[in-house]
Design a protein around this ligand. Structure first.
Ligand code: APR
Length: 227
């Protein structure tokens, strides 16, 4: 039986693919007001602006590729029972070959109906407009978990973290809950690695820091994990 390994990823894992993070100096939240484009209140106030923001993100996603960090994470499946729990809404883990992925904050390539997020539909890299309707006649909206909304997959993610012998936290500032609290579910004896060029503060557990960018950090960790 393969050991269970969980990767908790955030925007930093996709940074070297050319997708901006949120809270770094050139991050998205410096150029946009997070509450205007990524909150449920923002959606009610100005849905056109919100749809335009995610249309742009989707167009950008069509033009980037998974990087070596995504690929090494996918290759770990040869040796471990890997689940990726990501806060990212991009599809770069899938495109790199990972097969078990939980998108805590939704998926850019999907839309759903405004009515309790029913009728989830794949639109790939296409754009849509305010006024487009879902099957049930409700407005179409991005299939994204905004600030102010529930994170329905958090319970499943916590169960998976609780079973993991190895946890890799990569490219997340651990600012956003409930995702940042997932480590509360970790086993006492889980081996926890943090890959990030900056200092991040995971909640009180013993961790091994690899202070590197995602690609370099995953390359180093691969050497350690695949002995
Ligand atoms: N490799 C690895 N990590 C990197 C790299 C890189 N090349 N570049 C930056 N980072 C790190 C930063 O140092 C930071 O710790 O990635 C982290 C990115 O943090 P955030 O921008 O806060 O992104 P994230 O933690 O994913 O944000 C969580 O916030 O706005 C919401 O819903 C959005 O899912 C997102 C959530």
């Amino acid at each position: 039986m393969k050991k269970k390994l969980v990767v908790l990823s955030g925007a930093g894992v996709s940074a070297e693919s050319g997708i901006s993070t949120f809270r770094d100096s050139d991050g998205l939240w410096e150029n946009y007001n997070v509450m205007e484009v990524a909150s449920i209140e923002g959606w009610y106030q100005n849905p056109e602006l919100v749809i335009d923001f995610y249309n742009q993100r989707r167009i950008q996603l069509a033009n980037v590729e998974p990087n070596e960090a995504h690929k090494i994470i996918a290759q770990l499946e040869e040796y471990y029972d890997v689940t990726v729990v990501t806060q990212n809404v991009d599809n770069l883990h899938e495109r790199a070959g990972s097969t078990q992925i939980i998108h805590l904050h939704g998926e850019l390539t999907k839309v759903c109906s405004d009515n309790q997020k029913k009728h989830v539909k794949d639109i790939g890299y296409e754009t849509f407009q305010f006024g487009d309707l879902a099957e049930d006649g409700e407005l179409l909206r991005p299939f994204i978990v905004w600030f102010g909304e529930d994170v329905p997959l958090i319970h499943r993610a916590a169960e998976i973290v609780a079973e993991a012998e190895i946890i890799i936290i990569i490219g997340t500032s651990l600012n956003v809950y409930p995702a940042a609290g997932l480590l509360y579910s970790a086993r006492q004896d889980a081996q926890i690695y943090v890959i990030d060029p900056k200092e991040v503060q995971p909640i009180a557990k013993i961790v091994h820091f690899i202070k590197e960018k995602a690609t370099v950090g995953m390359r180093k960790l691969w050497q350690g994990l695949i002995k």
